[in-house]
Design a protein around this ligand. Structure first.
Ligand code: MSP
Length: 528
């Protein structure tokens, strides 16, 4: 694997980021960091979606120009991603000049080649979805099923894209590539939607929507948000129908678009059709994640339960976002809905990160200092005394097996499942310590056995640090520092022989890598 290109959905900027937006960016960042442990070149794109009637109206209601609103809110997304250690390669804004120009050229090309045509139309427009809805998809009361609002009747002359022309090719692609849409159970949904797919409107009358990209050579129409928004995945790399950049040639097709289940239709039907019309290869995977609820309730402004990701970091006074990242990334089985609650968050990260993982490292290093002045002797190595202590080999086997299982899970974007495997390795290592009781071995003066147990555990802790790194990059760095382990080691180069012979650590350099969220120390910090 030479390079890996992945993207998130680009967020609407009519408000500040919430925990649902954060969930997706965390998932994508975890995937990006995992693949950076498997190949040298990962390109991670995110950004904001800034045009359309919704933004135009929100800006007007706040007495701002749309651009002012976009500048303000786009910055809030960037700030939140910084606080969450979302390490993207590029942040695209659909109001960036290069993007607007490329979208105009894309539209113009499709128009000239006959894939786009003008047509008079009357339809039901949902501002929340920024799209026309099929009357058969509305609720019994005639509301948009996602936004529970009545769509407005819009009668306009618009440009249309010949989506129906690509229907068969898309069905064929989905059927021939069972991993195109992930998780696989979502593919049927898309195939059903494809059954009665019609040509789609790709522009709006400027008399109704001014905040959009102009159609070249037509003063009365602006380009509709979805063709504008979806194109970000190629314009960010420098795509232009006339002249594509080296980055585009290098990174396209995309390895995975990470998106929410609500916008799967746009990504698995509209986007492939646009790409086919542009004669470009399709992305390898579209991964649709589920939705996050708050205390089991759908987030909504009217319920007042919208949670900002940075407020969670502040409320718990966390130095690093790691615990929140871990919790979110493991909050739901692949593609299913998840939930956030303060209590569950505290309980889970305390159990996994503090009690199981953090304590294991802390206790083991402390024993190494207590019994051996922090020194790893050559005779402690498993290779020196194979299986001196029972269960050593099987623990090592489990560790290497876990690396492979975690990789396999990531290939299907099963982040929660991979997380469980890592914690299961932590648990097995804790059990190994418990079973072999190095403190008893020391009391009985079986010092080589005792040293072997501790060294084996520290060897495994290096593997755990590498595996937990995508979720908890700061904790992993703290672990690696205390283990003198190089966290840049690629997963394929990982072994169970990581700890160097010689002095590893002194008492004063042992630091807990994660403090319980309700610990005395955390309480004191929060009172500062
Ligand atoms: N602008 C479009 C996407 C264009 S992509 C070419 C959009 N924006 S959005 O701000 O409404 O949503 C952005 C992403 O956040 C989507 O993938 C959406 O599914 C996700 N989420 C929004 N609320 C969410 C939750 N409550 N939970 C999880 N993800 C959710 O759609």
């Amino acid at each position: 694997m030479e390079r890996f290109y992945l993207t998130t959905a680009i967020d609407y900027v009519n408000g500040a980021p919430h925990i649902g937006h954060a969930y997706e960016k965390i998932l994508t960042d975890v995937i990006a960091r995992h693949y950076s442990q498997r190949c040298d070149d990962v390109y991670f794109l995110t950004g904001t979606d800034e045009h359309g009637i919704k933004i135009q109206k929100t800006a007007a209601a706040q007495g701002k120009s749309p651009k002012e609103l976009c500048d303000e809110n786009s910055q809030k997304f960037k700030d939140a991603w910084k606080a969450l250690d979302i390490d993207y390669t590029k942040f695209i804004r659909t109001t960036d000049d290069y993007h607007e120009n490329a979208v105009q050229h894309i539209f113009d090309k499709l128009l000239k080649q006959g894939d786009i045509y003008k047509h008079s139309y009357e339809g039901l427009y949902c501002q929340g979805c920024e799209c026309f809805l099929n009357p058969k998809d509305l609720t019994e009361d005639g509301l948009c099923p996602d936004h529970l609002k009545k769509p407005e009747v819009v009668k306009e002359e618009n440009y249309f894209f010949r989506l129906s022309k690509y229907k068969d090719a898309i069905i064929k692609h989905i059927k021939e590539h069972p991993d195109f849409i992930l998780p696989e159970f979502r593919a049927n949904e898309v195939l059903n939607q494809l059954e009665d797919i019609q040509d789609i409107s790709v522009s709006r009358a400027k008399s109704n929507v001014q905040w959009g990209i102009d159609v070249l050579g037509d003063d009365e129409q602006s380009i509709y948000v979805w063709i504008d928004a979806l194109s970000n995945y190629i314009t960010a790399l420098g795509y232009d129908p006339e002249n594509s950049s080296d980055d585009f040639k290098k990174y396209w097709p995309c390895d995975v678009h990470v998106i929410g289940k609500d916008i799967l239709k746009f990504h698995s039907i509209y986007w492939p059709a646009f790409l086919m019309a542009l004669d470009l290869p399709l992305p390898k995977h579209i991964f649709a994640h589920g939705w996050i609820t708050i205390d089991e309730t759908k987030m909504s402004k009217s319920l007042g339960n919208v949670v900002s990701p940075t407020s969670v970091l502040e409320n718990f006074n966390m130095e690093y976002p790691d615990a929140f990242r871990y919790y979110m990334a493991t909050s739901a089985p692949c593609g299913r809905d998840g939930n956030y609650s303060d209590d569950d968050f505290k309980e889970k990260v305390n159990a996994h990160l503090a009690n199981s993982m953090g304590n294991l490292l802390n206790r083991t290093l402390s024993m190494l200092v207590k019994y051996f002045d922090g020194e790893v002797k050559a005779e402690f190595k498993l290779s020196c005394h194979p299986e001196l202590v029972s269960g050593s080999n099987s623990l090592m086997k489990k560790a290497m097996g876990t690396v492979q299982i975690v990789k396999n899970h990531f290939d299907n974007f099963e982040l929660a499942e991979a997380g469980l495997e890592i914690i299961s390795l932590v648990d097995a290592t804790n059990k190994y310590v418990q079973d072999n009781a190095p403190w008893t071995l020391a009391k009985e003066e079986k010092m080589i056995e005792c040293g072997q147990v501790l060294t084996n555990v520290l060897d495994i802790m290096c593997v755990i640090a590498a595996l937990i790194y995508p979720y908890c990059p700061n904790i992993a760095r703290d672990m690696a520092r205390q283990l003198s382990f190089d966290l840049n080691t690629k997963l394929d180069d990982l072994t169970t022989d990581n700890i160097k012979i010689g002095k590893l650590i002194s008492k004063e350099d042992i630091k807990p890598v994660f403090l319980r969220l309700d610990s005395e120390f955390a309480d004191k910090t929060s009172k500062k």
